[in-house]
Design a protein around this ligand. Structure first.
Ligand code: HEM
Length: 149
């Protein structure tokens, strides 16, 4: 199961990234160009949030069940913290990505609650941009960009 979930986590990253870039581009274009909020903003917001949720789920499975990188750390947490590569996956990657998913959801919730389209775009700009920046910063780019099973 480990290779399957690692493969899925690897490829799902591209779905998250493409959806994130589109959602952030629509948010900025709408805000700066004073456009009206429509179906495409709603749909891409949903795709971004759903792909983040799925990625989070696969990440949690890797983290707690399948990944030798993290599960081996649970026995000796202090030693794992001394190793920068292991610490990245045991602490930094998971925690920051969790915040990214929360920010993406806040983008969706807050933009729905805004009084007008300008407010919807402004809130999307803030929360979706934050979420995308965190995702970009915490992807381990030194690992394979695509993976086979
Ligand atoms: C949107 C959120 C996330 C993205 C875009 C993402 C992306 C990635 C990528 C690209 C890798 C490298 C995969 C490879 O080497 O083929 C990776 C590894 C990993 N991720 Fe995530 N991740 C996210 C969220 C999470 C979360 C929330 C957790 C756990 C709490 C997590 C746990 C892991 C673990 C444990 C690995 C290392 C797996 C291993 O090599 O054994 N990820 N992640």
């Amino acid at each position: 199961m480990y290779p399957f979930f690692l493969f899925t986590h690897n490829w799902l990253r591209w779905v998250v990234l493409v959806a994130g870039i589109i959602v952030v581009a629509f948010a900025w274009l709408g805000w700066l160009g004073k456009r009206s909020w429509g179906k495409r903003e709603r749909i891409w917001g949903m795709i971004f949030n759903s792909s983040m949720d799925l990625q989070l789920l696969v990440g949690l499975l890797l983290y707690f069940v399948f990944s030798p990188l993290t599960t081996s750390a649970f026995g000796n947490f202090a030693a794992a913290m001394q190793n920068a590569a292991q610490r990245f996956f045991v602490v930094e990657h998971g925690v920051v990505m969790l915040f990214a998913a929360i920010f993406a959801h806040l983008g969706s919730v807050f933009s729905k609650k805004a009084a007008d389209d300008r407010g919807r775009f402004r809130r999307s700009v803030i929360w979706y941009t934050l979420a995308l920046v965190l995702v970009l910063a915490m992807i381990p780019w030194d690992r394979p960009l695509v993976r086979g099973m």
